[in-house]
Design a protein around this ligand. Sequence first.
Ligand code: COA
Length: 222
Amino acid sequence: MASSENSTTPDSSYVILNELKGLTLDEVYEKASALYNEGRISDDDMQAFGNAVVTLNKVFSKQEQHHAFVRQATLEDVDAVMDMVSFWAQHGQNLPRKRNEIIRGIQTFAVSVLDDKVVGCACLYVYDSGLAEIRSLGVSPVIQRQGQGRAIVDFLLKRAERMAIKRVFVLTRSPQFFSRVGFTRTLREKLPEKILKDCENCPKRDCCDEIAYIHDIPSRMV
Ligand SMILES: CC(C)(COP(=O)(O)OP(=O)(O)OC[C@H]1O[C@@H](n2cnc3c(N)ncnc32)[C@H](O)[C@@H]1OP(=O)(O)O)[C@@H](O)C(=O)NCCC(=O)NCCS
């Protein structure tokens, strides 16, 4: 057997036959059906062909559906942000926030929106020292691992850069995610602002399982 036949992705799988070039998927399907009706391709091959079309449709419709984007939150998003924060707080991933706290800090929030629905949120909280924290980050379970967490973090990091903030930190139980989006691990003790603000009233203050991550923001070129 030739080595290319042993490979899981043989070169030939990327070659489009000349006679298929420029045809729409419908036209290719019609061509295959015609061959099948003439008895020139087998039941199995026709089945495989149908499956391939279904797969292509699924992949493309996934792209079509997910036009999520990140924007500044408004007061109209308060209920959705509240629901998202409460949901992840109940799962122990975020601190709960009061509704009036979200309203007062609405300008600090960004939301990720899909089909007019909020599917993610986070805020950038600035401490007196000028250090900032990404808080209340959460993405809906139905759209996880599709880049929205990263998109929200990038949006807030750009906002921090515009505000000439030099460092952004998080305390998290999702360390792999923050490593992937460019944060580096640090010691919680190096973040006195956080410890003074939220930690002192936290029931887990003596057995904290959150990991601190920081991100240094390069100075703006202009
Ligand atoms: C953490 C969270 C916001 C990530 O959002 P997401 O939309 O699923 O993440 P993304 O798709 O943007 O992932 C960005 C990268 O991180 C990686 N990643 C995300 N979650 C990960 C995990 N749990 N373990 C390992 N890697 C992970 C992705 O694979 C991706 O890597 P890549 O770009 O190199 O392929 C989301 O899982 C969430 O809402 N979790 C619950 C709430 C929470 O933990 N909030 C953080 C509190 S500080």
